[in-house]
Ligand binder design. Structure first.
Ligand code: UDP
Ligand code: G6P
Length: 567
């Protein structure tokens, strides 16, 4: 976008001091740019407005509004929303109040901007999500000369209903939005979303899957689907991303050694790392299906007497007290073991070299003689505190309460017994490089794994499988996710390229679990050579999802909005 619009592109957002301190660079001397002039005017009106650069790729200009500077007018804002646009907002939570303040500041900014510039140039405003859009209907009502596009990345009601009503997709055409919004206590959010969708010149959403929801819940069919992309950075040489896989896999090996080997060991060279990740929406994210398929996979592998091991990481966010002390302890002992071994290695090496260089009897020296008492003892002590009779924990943290994942693992007895070929590591927190267990950031962790598993039931788009693809990691998705639906439309041989799409549209839960278990079973029987080639094929798809290519969908939406504004 910056490349296309240059200085005429800027983003509007809320100001949060803590975030701004690391991601925002303020322009102190307001330049005489159109945006700079409006910022000045809004400050004169008494609002606290920041203007500068957002420190992400492209370094776009950004205008940030301090929401507190308009909070005093909240009642009037709410009155107007009801009076003029029939949006009810009484008794809403603080977050919704904040979005209403933000929406109003956006409206004021755009109105001022249009008053000053609309005669000279076409102005486009792109709204993302209801949280940015409570001011949009009023812009339309007042006939402000701006071509508006509203993009919804999900629908409020879709997320709630898919999670709570079984057979959601069959019932979809028959839901009454107003009734359901009242049921879930989200009338304000739904009304803002709906009015923004109805009043924008152009409505878009991220997938055909969500387009169907728009029709029912927002009362308007989207004009266009605008799929999600990434800023894809590819290496010059193919082997570089393969090397990264190996490098980060070594770190995961370390965690696995520390976590499992005190109880029992297995061959790391014959171990595969699968993972799933995302917010904790047990059935929406398909965690239920993934676990069921893993239990079936485990059974298949045990039956087939396989010597492979699968370690499944489940990465999500759930309330916890702390990292499980046993898990931390074995991690620490592993480090101690490694240090002691390195010290002994160095000592033996030096003494062996000296002994052989200076020896005269041509005999092979006894290496044990080279380890002094101190290190011998230290190693023995470490070995003793290393071994345990307990099974390796299948949750890395002490959870505040049991949840669907722990319930399932206990019920299915998938609790890291030695004979099981599928091991579970449930990590109820997102991964960050400061994390004591992995020491990897999320992207590195993804690279180190062999397969991402995301057979979602409700997923308007779903970035997680796409993030696997651009890192050259094969992935499972579903035909109910926007990403899966899109890949099926644009590519015929996606499965051969390492994107597996689970059919959740027309299969029962159990059939889908079987399909997933079969795919996973096939995957564990692949040879290393095949895995390497498959990683190459999946990484090769990356460019398709580069914003360089997908920006055009947004360009089309904006052009259409301009045409509609002045037919
Ligand atoms: N994610 C992360 N750290 C983690 C796990 C996930 O940053 O440890 C991110 C992931 O990179 C992805 C996002 O969480 O961008 C989830 O987005 P997705 O579109 O898959 O699901 P949504 O949140 O929209 O339901
Ligand atoms: C990358 C590395 C290879 C390594 C392989 C392991 O391709 O470049 O040197 O052998 O990863 O693959 P695997 O699927 O077994 O982790």
């Amino acid at each position: 976008m910056v490349e296309k619009w240059e200085d005429n592109y800027f983003l509007l957002g809320p100001y949060f001091e803590k975030k701004a301190s690391s991601e925002f660079e303020q322009i102190h001397d307001l330049d005489d740019s159109p945006a700079g002039r409006i910022v000045k005017r809004m400050r004169e009106m008494g609002f606290s407005v920041y203007y500068g650069y957002w420190l992400v790729t492209g370094k776009p200009r950004v205008v940030l509004f301090d929401l507190d500077s308009i909070m005093g007018q909240l009642d009037a804002i709410k009155f107007n929303l009801w009076e003029k646009n029939r949006i009810p907002t009484i008794n809403v939570e603080h977050l919704v109040n904040q979005t209403l303040c933000f929406g109003e500041l956006v409206r004021i900014f755009l109105k001022e901007y249009a008053d000053e510039n609309a005669k000279r140039e076409e102005i486009f405003a792109q709204f993302h999500e209801w949280m940015a859009s409570s001011g949009l209907p009023e812009l339309k009502r007042e006939n402000v000369k701006i071509a508006t596009t509203f993009t919804t990345h999900a629908t409020m009601l879709g997320r709630y209903l898919a999670q709570n009503v079984s057979g959601f997709y069959n019932k979809l055409p028959f839901f009454d939005w107003e009734q359901e919004a009242k049921n879930y206590g989200i009338m304000a959010q739904c009304a803002v979303e709906r009015q923004a969708a109805l009043n924008a010149h152009v409505l878009t959403t991220v997938s055909d899957v969500t387009a169907r929801e728009c029709e029912v819940f927002l009362g308007r069919m989207p004009d266009l689907v605008t799929p999600n992309g990434l800023n894809v950075v590819r290496f010059q040489a193919v082997h570089e991303f393969q090397n990264l896989h190996l490098k980060h896999k070594e770190r995961i090996h370390e965690f696995v050694m520390g976590h499992f080997f005190p109880s029992y060991s297995f061959d790391l060279d014959k171990t595969l790392y699968f993972f799933t990740s995302g917010r904790y929406e047990y059935s929406n994210k398909g965690y239920d299906l993934t676990l069921e398929a893993l239990a079936r996979l485990n059974w298949k592998m045990v039956q087939a007497n396989m010597d492979m091991t699968v370690v499944m990481f489940i990465v999500t966010k759930q309330p916890y007290m702390s990292v499980n002390p046993d898990v931390l302890q074995s991690r620490a002992v592993l480090n101690e073991l490694q240090e002691t071994c390195t010290a002994i290695e160095k000592e033996v090496g030096e003494k062996l070299f000296l002994a052989t260089a200076s020896g005269t009897d041509h005999k092979m020296p006894d290496l044990n003689d080279f380890v002094d008492e101190y290190w011998r003892l230290r190693l023995r002590r470490t070995i003793q505190s290393w071994k345990t009779d307990k099974l390796p924990a299948f949750v890395t943290h002490d959870l505040k309460q049991e949840d669907g994942i722990t319930d399932f693992c206990k019920r299915a007895n998938l609790v890291n017994n030695e004979r099981d070929r599928v091991k579970i590591v449930y990590h109820p927190d997102f991964i960050a490089s400061t994390n004591p267990l992995f020491g990897l950031d999320y992207g590195q962790f993804v690279r180190g794994c062999h397969l991402g598993v995301f057979p979602s039931y409700y997923e308007p788009w779903g970035y997680t499988p796409l993030e696997c693809v651009v890192r050259g990691v094969p992935t499972v998705t579903s035909d109910l996710s926007g990403f899966g639906d899109y890949i099926m439309q644009i590519m015929r041989d996606y499965e051969n390229r390492g994107i597996y799409v689970i059919n959740r549209k027309s299969q029962t839960f159990s059939q889908a679990a079987d399909q997933l278990a079969d795919i996973l079973f096939k995957f564990v029987r692949m040879q290393r050579r095949d895995r390497i080639m498959q990683r190459n094929r999946v990484e090769n798809i990356s460019d398709v999802f580069d914003w360089m290519n997908l920006r055009s969908y947004y360009d089309t939406a904006h052009d259409l909005a301009a045409k509609r504004r002045k037919p």
